[in-house]
Design a protein around this ligand. Sequence first.
Ligand SMILES: Nc1ncnc2c1ncn2[C@@H]1O[C@H](COP(=O)(O)OP(=O)(O)OP(=O)(O)O)[C@@H](O)[C@H]1O
Length: 355
Amino acid sequence: MASPAAPMPSLIRPRASRNQSQLGSVSLSSDNSASTASSRRRRDFVFVVNPSGANGRTGKQWTQLLPHLRTRLADKCNICECITSGPSDAIDVTREAIKDGADAVIAVGGDGTLHEVVNGFFRKGSPVRALDQGPDHLTALGLIPLGTGSDFARTFGWSNDPRQAIDRIVKGVKSKLDIGMIEGPNGDPHFFVNVADIHLSAKAGYFASMYKRFGNLCYVIGALRGFWGHNNRDMRIKVNGGEWRTVDKVTALCVGNAKYFGGGMKITPTVDPFSGDLEVVILQNFKWYTFLLKLHRLYAGTHLEVKDVSSMRVQSIEVAEVVPNGDIFVQSDGEHFGFLPTKFSVLPGAVDFFC
Ligand SMILES: Nc1ncnc2c1ncn2[C@@H]1O[C@H](COP(=O)(O)OP(=O)(O)OP(=O)(O)O)[C@@H](O)[C@H]1O
């Protein structure tokens, strides 16, 4: 059930009754007068909050932030707070909010929460649309970064300061943000907004998620654990639908819509999330000690000059093993996605984003 941040506004009504302390299932107005005069109606902003983000810090900070949020926004729009009840909840909540005509869905948490909210903007590979707001209605995406890594926010130079994030939402400046699409051999497409990656870094991310209690150190621990039993592998890539070619001894292949992953590594340092393309960075033939020696360059984003590191701009890239084993990890936005083969492509300017 929705947990209102302000006295329950008339345009936001709870629909499903679930555990009040958990998921806020939102239902926004389907009032005809609101839909026919959308420019005049009060806007509906839905805040999707992961209370467990940053080891529970997100939930605490959110509670402290609410009075400030009300002061800044309550006279401009209806505020609806949805507290997620567990993994994937943010996807469903976002889809429901968009269908119900929300003007903005704002992810409150880390990159994992943002990733889920972004995936809620789509269903079976197509954008989710409002049911009663007319074809031109678009729901904007917002972010209050309050996670462990909050890597997506780093591309814009944003800190984890929620008051600055609220200022951006109040200002209301939006840009058309590119979204990455990721397709495996089975199932519906999946979406990413930050960085998707393959092999060592994806394995490291998988392990890092087990050590989040150590803060940003979890990424280094994850990487070192990922090297345990790691082999660089020969892979095949197909760029922009061209010919397949072989890339030897791949350590990691990273597809960036934004610049940072792994708690501040500037892995795809030249990408622009509003440019309509993705940056692919391939690390080849790295040993565990190469990784340690070059770590500072990965954080600084100066690794493109290092031997066995290459970069290219793409609209799409397909990646497969030369000898398929089905054990090469793939992750998107720090979340485990599955295993190769996989295709990555960009949806230019797919979402309006408060920035
Ligand atoms: N109520 C919940 N309880 C437990 N886990 C949740 C809940 N809501 C969401 N999650 C999961 O928590 C995961 C991590 O959340 P989030 O990304 O916000 O924080 P973080 O991992 O600390 O930050 P970052 O990803 O920036 O390092 C998400 O992938 C999400 O699936």
